[in-house]
Design a protein around this ligand. Structure first.
Ligand code: BG6
Length: 489
């Protein structure tokens, strides 16, 4: 430990993700004393910048969110002193070799570990990896590369990208981020399931009627239309974030918490699923809406989006897992932009109580009387279980109440950002929360056929007003599988 050093190279240092997420996460780790004793952070990008200018740029995004400890600004100063910048082209071996010289200077002869964070567009991943891995071959510790989606846009392009990267790296060096796996409540999912006797025995088709994975944002593509239009909501959210949560939700008990054991179970469940069918998908796109004198734009009003684009900004889907545990249970997903609220949650709807003594007290809507477990990933993290109880009083009237674990009330410490956990794991070589290439292949296998069909048939999205609850088609889709969306009913 003491004679090794980690150089963290943020490639694409002046980009949005770097400024908003990566540098602040690195600072938070530093602040919490989680970074190794010897480390340096290097920004790398094309624009000309001095170290001082990089520090100035980074400093504007750092906050002392943890608590207002007095030494925060001092810590910031110390952190910024460890930040440097190197300007270079993304495909220039020469520029990366210059970076390497600087890194070696900082490493001062210690065992040198290198972590490259590729915060850049996917079309230059391979070039950067080629140059970076060449220059890093002088390092005598490990070299790891963090990549962010998009990992291709279908099964074929994703496989091609993997092949390209593997010319220069082995699988163990590639850390594919899905930042939803770094979220506190997603990490807690396995704890909830496997450490509480009251849940795991119920976690099957025998007791669970359906499971819903819901993602909504209350803003549109806002300037990201250029990227988004080439992908759409299914690739942007479902194929990765929601599917990853589904895999953790539905997998069998892993042998241990080791990365390979957990990822083996995740990939098994993904491979037990049938590819999504066109009849089980509803797509939507937001249109302009005026409310309270304010006009909210349509998706196609975004200057970077081609006129008449059919790219979905909303999708709902029903998926099935062909195994003994989940046969016949609908797994519903819903994801959309420019909806009425910002929320990400999992809803587990349990079956009816057989021969329920109290059926009469529920009136006609028996579905409303079943238990529902809600895991709110964000915002306002929490877990609550809807149970039936008697309204106090002399009459036998039933009510639904929540057994509620509300994180803000239970824990005073702020929840770390997903990127903090993931960066720390990458530095420590913990791969459990990163996507292995076979998981990625399995995820694409599920969505590629339907994505192609949607595009070939030019399926018209259902238009929904900005700020609404999305297209009504999502209800019909759910109803065909005897499901009501829990967030609306
Ligand atoms: C990203 C998507 O992966 O996740 C964005 O590309 C989306 O479109 C974002 O806004 C949501 O992440 P979070 O952590 O803000 O919920």
């Amino acid at each position: 430990e003491h004679d090794s050093t980690v150089s963290i190279v943020v490639v694409g240092a002046s980009g949005d993700l770097a400024k908003k997420k990566i540098f602040p996460a690195l600072f938070a780790l530093y602040y919490e004393d989680c970074l190794p004793k010897h480390f340096t952070v290097f920004g790398y990008a094309r624009s000309k910048m001095t170290d001082a200018e990089l520090r100035d740029m980074v400093s504007r995004t750092l906050t002392c969110r943890i608590d207002k400890r007095e030494n925060c600004s001092e810590k910031m100063e110390q952190f910024l002193k460890r930040c440097f910048y190197h300007s270079g082209q993304y495909d220039s071996e020469k520029n990366f070799a210059e970076l390497d010289t600087k890194l070696r200077d900082h490493e001062g002869g210690r065992v040198s570990n290198r972590l490259f964070y590729l915060s850049i567009p996917p079309n230059i991943f391979t070039e950067v990896v080629k140059c970076a891995s060449k220059s890093a071959s002088s390092a005598n510790g490990w070299t790891r590369v963090i990549v962010e989606k998009p990992f291709g846009r279908d099964a074929e392009s994703s496989a091609a990208l993997t092949r390209d990267l593997k010319q220069y790296l082995v699988e163990d060096q590639i850390f594919r981020i899905d930042h939803y796996l770094g979220k506190e409540l997603v990490e807690n999912l396995s704890v909830l399931r496997f450490s509480n006797l009251i849940f795991e025995p119920l976690w099957s088709r025998q007791y669970i009627r359906n499971v819903q994975f819901i993602f909504s944002e209350d803003f549109g593509t806002e300037g990201r239309g250029g990227y988004f239009d080439n992908y759409g909501i299914i690739r942007d959210i479902m194929q990765n974030h929601l599917l990853q949560i589904l895999a953790l939700f539905a997998m069998e008990t892993p042998v241990s918490l080791d990365a390979e054991d957990v990822r083996n179970e995740k990939v098994k469940v993904l491979r037990s699923m049938k590819p999504l069918q066109l009849e089980n998908v509803v797509v939507g796109q937001y249109k302009s809406h005026t409310k309270g004198g304010v006009t909210y734009p349509a998706y196609t009003d975004d200057k970077t989006v081609p006129k008449g684009s059919l790219t979905p900004t909303f999708a709902a889907a029903a998926l099935f897992i062909n195994n003994a545990r989940w046969d016949g249970v609908p797994f519903l997903m819903k994801a959309g932009k420019a909806l009425h609220s910002k929320i990400a949650e999992i809803r587990v709807q349990f079956r009816h109580v057989p021969g329920n003594l109290f059926n009469r007290s529920f009136g006609t809507d028996l579905d409303r009387a079943t238990n529902e477990l809600v895991i709110r990933v964000q915002p306002d993290e929490g877990i609550y279980l809807k149970i039936n109880n008697k309204v106090p009083g002399l009459a036998m009237r039933l009510d639904r109440s929540n057994l509620n674990l509300h994180y803000a009330a239970r824990y005073s410490k702020e929840i770390p950002d997903a990127y903090e956990r993931l960066l720390l794991d990458a530095i420590e070589g913990e791969r459990r929360l990163f996507i292995r290439s076979d998981e990625l292949d399995a995820a694409w296998a599920l969505f590629t056929p339907v994505l192609k069909e949607l595009e070939e048939k030019k399926v018209m999205p259902e238009f929904y007003p900005y700020g609404s609850r999305g297209p009504v088609g999502a209800h019909y889709l759910a109803a065909r599988h005897n499901v009501q969306w829990g967030d609306i009913s």
